[in-house]
Write a protein that binds this ligand. Sequence first.
Ligand SMILES: Nc1ncnc2c1ncn2[C@@H]1O[C@H](COP(=O)(O)OP(=O)(O)O)[C@@H](O)[C@H]1O
Ligand SMILES: [Mg+2]
Length: 476
Amino acid sequence: MGKSAVKVFVRTRPSAARYPDYKTYPDGSISIHLPKDSTHGIVNNQQEDFTFKVDGVLDNVSQETVYETVAQEIVEGVLQGYNGAIFSYGQTGSGKTFTVSGDVRNYSQRGLAPRALKQIFRDVDMRVDKIYRIRVSYLEVYNECLYDLLARSDSREEPQELVVLESSPDGSGMSMVRGLTCIPVSNEEEALAQFFIGERGRAVGGHVLNARSSRSHAIFTIHIESRTSEEASERALLSRLALVDLAGSERSKKSAVDGVLMKEAQFINKSLSFLEQVVTALSRGDSHVPFRQSKLTQVLRDALGGNCRTAMVATVNGELMQLDETLSTLRFASRVRTLVTSPKLTESSDRDLLLRRYERQIAELKIELAMKDTLAGRSQVNYNDMTAEEQQNLVVLARRFLQGEGDGELINQLPTDTIRRVREAYRAMRTVFQSTRSDLLRQLDEARLQVAGGGRGVGMLGGGVGGMGVGGMGML
Ligand SMILES: Nc1ncnc2c1ncn2[C@@H]1O[C@H](COP(=O)(O)OP(=O)(O)O)[C@@H](O)[C@H]1O
Ligand SMILES: [Mg+2]
């Protein structure tokens, strides 16, 4: 697919009290005019006018339109085998969760994740030429810890510690979280059920920890493995779609109330400021990009600068009191828009699958070689491995040749049609040479023993050594 620019959309939360000088235009530009802040005194250098340009503004549009604008193409790509990621970024209350998950009680207000599942299964059901295996996972990153939202609580096994691997063992080169539960799902209902289980996990946490959900990052991933039926057992494409609901981007000054919140705020702001650092490094083209600094940036590595097609929805509030946060969200959004990723097809490197594929390729190549030989007028070239019997016959032939038999006739019988068979002939020569040599050495030893025993064999010894060059061959 080559290079792909990260697309950025701005969605403004509907409000009756929208600030009149916050304006969005259909071409994707946004302008904000701020009154001079009187608290800054009479001499005031504060900037008053701001303009931003993104790939599209989503103002007063339905959830369906948001899906069509932001996600549809990416999901189509995921079905063809390209990774996709969509994330929402913005201050708490601006509509991140509404965008990604939607209103879970109101079907028409469902968000990107349930709609993506619908599109995926609709396509999967229609494509009779392909075989799909679909799994879902739901990861939460909170205070630099990873939580598995789909882990079965009834499982007797101790939950495995989640670890981000920089390169997954499936050979795709993508990062993955080891130990994360991936649940196979065979239809939209099953997938949605898992999505809701994960959502409930976030909500429970939210109740206990005071709106934890706005302080954590949630990543719902749909993993797809597809095979074309005709070669169903050999070649699988792997792709995934990550839907990321980031923690509120507001600065700590507002949320830091007590110790716990302060710590949380630091962690949230840390992982989001690491996200900003990564985005800045990528957009500057730095040789070192500090992905390893936080769990979030490790998990999102592909989405930000790797093998993935990515879109971001920056959710903002157009009310005057929120404009400082809106400005900082839009600044981040502009930077994200400079990012470029390189989506490519990823094939499973399952060893058995590979082996079967190579066997098929070799068989095809042999047929091709035979065709080439026929065209070149070389008939009956044998590209197969020699059987044990053929190898034995070749050794006999080599021995006769070395003994000088046949006067030039035998040399024509030694194989020269393929390099592999020429090598076999050399190997046969070596076999003959080695057995000749060991026979001679044995005879030499016997002769020595005879000399030591009675001195009768001196003449034989001389004869044996002298005859080594040619006569030795005759003893084989
Ligand atoms: N575009 C929108 N249209 C209608 N309601 C919205 C929209 N965006 C947000 N809301 C509502 O605003 C509230 C806060 O949104 P939410 O998505 O929870 O914010 P965030 O996840 O960014 O903290 C929710 O009640 C949500 O339903
Ligand atoms: Mg939220």
